[in-house]
Ligand binder design. Structure first.
Ligand code: AMP
Ligand code: MG
Length: 421
């Protein structure tokens, strides 16, 4: 039996970062940037106004106060997207809207709130065009002006290779005028359930059968973590059927099977693995999830990593979380797959019977600045509802005795929300 850390290390040594692909910027959301993105333009391209108001020469309005306003001649109006022709002369101002480029000669903007447009009469495109305006507050050079290139300078490195694209990144790419971007492609993960007792959803349930839930919970986890799941279906517990079904998945980037790895069944998966590839390890010192198998299938020149998850529905999800998710992340080019771990006060007894690391399904809540962990009910590895209620896994280390109520435990946060998204 190897440790959780060693198992993860071995699995990750078999998987590598996938090749890049060109994607439309929105479709690249969540993927890892495979190029350095530099800008060929300044953003903003020109000095422009941050407020609706009057573009002025600051020197003209330097002494303005509400009691002693300064009257300026209104020389014109300017909306965003238009350039002002000519120059703002001393004693003049241009009525200007947010985002419009600063007219030549002006070096400050006085917001409407600090002006008095009384005497206004309507003409032209804008309803409130005026002949002259009173500035009621002193202006200093640069007031309410957004400087050209204050966000991005032409030639600057804006996004670095390795960044995980979030909505702001997609927006930045658009602001640079990019339609597509190079990102590491998402891994295709083939998923196969094994077991004579399994029935496909949608089929009637014959006596003694259960529905295959693992294919779906694991596929959902692959999807949620950025991979592309490909459900292969159900293989019967025979070498022939398992071999045939596994071969259908060998063009994927990784193969995940569930079940057929516990002591009674293991021989089938092991026989197939040994014949078509190699077995790296079997059994990890953890609970649930001890009978985890790992190896690789060979297909031509390719070696396809294979994680054999245990069949119990909770075990397969917990082991995918600990080993499958980091493998998917690594293939996607992500380097940080550690979940946040916090210390919480256990509200319940968490039993550790046989020196394996326990991952108990827990609900973590925060009260008065402290975290509390309670179990989600019976912890049997077949009780999938215990997983659906959990937002965390509480860890009892291999060498620690049972945790008593009131004692501290480390909890891996799966979700920060407390039950509701
Ligand atoms: P095994 O690892 O084959 O011994 O399976 C362990 C337990 O998990 C058994 O009770 C199986 O019926 C159950 N099991 C195996 N595969 C699945 C599956 N795909 N969906 C739901 N339960 C499963
Ligand atoms: Mg079985």
């Amino acid at each position: 039996m190897i440790s959780v850390e060693e198992a993860l290390e071995r699995i990750l040594s078999y998987v590598s970062v996938l090749e890049p692909e060109e994607k439309r910027i929105l479709d690249a959301l969540g993927q890892v940037l495979a190029e350095d993105v530099t800008s060929s333009i300044d953003i903003p391209p020109l000095d422009n106004t941050a407020m609706d108001g009057y573009a002025v020469r600051a020197a003209d309005a330097a002494g303005a106060t509400p009691e002693r306003p300064v009257r300026l001649r209104v020389a014109g109006e300017l909306a965003a997207g238009h350039l002002y022709e000519g120059e703002v002369e001393p004693g003049a101002a241009v009525r200007i809207m947010t985002g419009a480029p600063m007219p030549a000669g002006a070096d400050a903007v006085v917001p409407f709130e600090d002006t008095n447009e009384s005497g206004a009469h309507a003409f032209g495109r804008f309803s409130k065009a005026v002949d002259s305006v009173l500035v009621c507050k002193a202006a200093r050079p640069g007031d309410n002006v957004r400087q050209a290139a204050e966000d991005v300078c032409r030639g600057a490195l804006v996004l670095g290779r390795g960044a995980v694209l979030r909505p702001a990144h997609v927006g930045i790419l658009a602001s640079l005028g990019r339609t597509t971007v190079r990102v590491v492609r998402r891994p295709v993960v083939a998923i196969l359930s094994t077991g004579d007792e399994l029935a496909q959803v949608g089929e009637p349930l014959r006596p003694g059968a259960i529905y295959d839930s693992n294919s779906h919970s694991v596929a959902a986890m692959v999807l949620q973590n950025g991979g592309i799941p490909r459900i292969l279906g159900i293989a019967r517990d025979t070498v022939e059927d398992l071999t045939a079904k596994i071969r259908q998945g060998l063009d994927a980037d990784m193969l995940i099977t569930s079940a057929g790895v516990s002591r009674g069944d293991y021989d089938v998966v092991k026989d197939v693995l040994a014949r078509e590839g190699e077995v790296d390890f079997w059994t990890v010192r953890m609970k649930p999830g001890k009978p985890l198998a790992f190896g690789a299938f060979t297909s031509g020149q390719r070696r396809i990593p294979h994680i054999g998850l245990p069949g119990n529905p909770v075990s397969s999800m917990v082991t995918f979380e600990l080993f499958g998710r980091p493998a998917v992340f690594k293939m996607m080019g992500k380097t940080r797959w550690q979940r946040p771990v916090v210390r919480a006060t256990s509200e319940e007894r968490i039993v550790n019977t046989d020196g394996r690391r326990v991952y108990a399904r827990a609900v973590v809540t925060q009260r008065d600045g402290r975290y509390y962990a309670s179990l989600t009910g019976p912890q049997g590895s077949g009780i999938l509802t215990s997983m659906s209620l959990a937002n965390a896994l509480a860890i009892v280390p291999e060498d620690s005795p049972t945790v008593e109520p009131g004692e501290e435990v480390s909890v891996v946060m799966l979700e920060w929300s407390q039950g509701e998204d």
